[in-house]
Design a protein around this ligand. Structure first.
Ligand SMILES: [Mg+2]
Length: 370
């Protein structure tokens, strides 16, 4: 047995490069909570994008049940963490903290075995497609065009997504104009995706979805709030685009409910509970004949996605690409829209640039264990 020796959780807050908004939220900074675990002379790395409170939960609630456990028994540690937060509620902060710790434990296990994480899970593909994601409602047209056009024409990423549903669904004309502008920018052959972040009512979403068929929109993400399963199903059954949701799912029960109402199930490894839950949710989708798509954090999704036969693509999300390229040595760039791992590096293949990112730290480092 190789015991887990320590757990460290640190919050960093990084300003965005411009003010950003989608249909239902505006922001100008992003907090990333990084977890580092050690055992057997190795360290593992995981993270989540959530409130700094995730770091406090990891240190106060999760570290006591993880430290001392066998580093090779990641599912056992996951189960103990889920049990520990029963009274606090798994959905949200606790689940995000569990996700960060669980992914760090998988990274540690793969490093102890000296293999890339995708090999530990069982590699099903040598690369995974990404889609460019940004197109915030706050962007002036020139910025939108430069971002979407850059992905398609300069980087060879032939799938891009923009935000719609501006002002909680109150600016339909501007939404449609921006979708038209996006199609003009990317040309006829790129796949065009939209994300309303739950801003529309179901009838409104159906009307907007049909209007956007003129520009061959292929993906309509969260046309209505994803808690409204019946509304999602109504939209899915009425529009040509694939309806997608799942980014807030925090356990298999919520994934199961959503899987009956979407065309593609989104899974976020930084929220759902981690890599075991990611693969179980993907299996649940496979049993319904559905693809899955990785939401957020492309560097953290790469290895688990490679071990998932029914993965469609990963989200090359502007904010997280920017943060992950600053934070991690070993950051991978897509080539012609396909992200591939460096199989010469164990685990996730990433190292935190602690000295470089210390200026973003918003919570004191606190280590449990040694
Ligand atoms: Mg979304």
């Amino acid at each position: 047995m190789t015991p887990i020796r320590s757990l460290r959780a640190t919050a960093y807050t990084v300003p965005t490069d411009r003010p950003e908004a989608d249909g239902t939220l505006a922001w100008d900074r992003t907090t990333v909570v990084v977890v580092q675990v050690t055992g057997g002379g190795q360290s593992g790395l995981g993270w989540t994008y959530g409130a700094a409170a995730c770091a406090a939960v990891a240190r106060a609630e999760l570290a006591p049940v993880v430290i001392g456990r066998n580093a090779f028994d990641v599912p056992g540690a996951f189960q103990e963490m889920v049990r520990k937060v029963r009274d606090d509620g798994r959905a949200g902060v606790c689940g995000y903290a569990i996700s960060a710790v669980e992914t760090a434990l998988w990274d540690l296990k793969a490093r102890l075995l000296g293999v890339p994480l995708c090999a530990l899970f069982g590699q099903a593909a040598d690369g995974v497609r990404v889609y460019g994601s940004g197109g915030f409602t706050t962007y002036p047209h020139a910025v939108l065009a430069a971002q979407l056009g850059g992905w398609v024409h300069d980087q060879g990423i032939s799938r891009v997504k923009l935000k719609i549903g501006e002002g909680r669904g109150t600016r339909e004309e501007r939404d449609l104009r921006r979708v038209w502008q996006a199609r003009e920018t990317v040309g006829d052959h790129a796949e065009l995706y939209v994300d309303a972040n739950g801003a529309y009512t179901s009838k409104q979403a159906i009307r907007m979805g049909r209007a956007m068929e003129e520009w061959d929109v292929r993906w309509f993400e969260e046309p209505v709030i994803s808690d409204d399963i019946a509304g999602l199903r109504r939209v899915r059954d009425a529009v040509r685009a694939d309806v997608a949701a799942g980014e807030y799912c925090c356990d298999l029960y919520t994934f199961r409910r959503l899987a009956g109402a979407v065309d593609c199930l989104q899974i976020d490894v930084t929220r759902c509970g981690g890599m075991l839950e990611w693969r179980r949710a993907a299996a649940l989708a496979a049993a319904r004949g559905l693809d899955v798509s990785g939401h957020f954090a492309p560097q953290l999704h790469l290895h688990v996605a490679l071990a998932t036969p029914n993965v469609r693509h990963l989200e090359w999300f502007h904010d997280h690409v920017r943060i992950e390229s600053m934070f991690f040595d070993g950051f991978r760039e897509p080539v012609e829209g396909v992200l591939r791992p460096d199989l010469s590096r164990p685990g996730l293949g990433l190292e935190l640039r602690e000295a470089d990112v210390a200026r973003f730290r918003t919570g004191g480092v606190d280590a449990a264990g040694d």
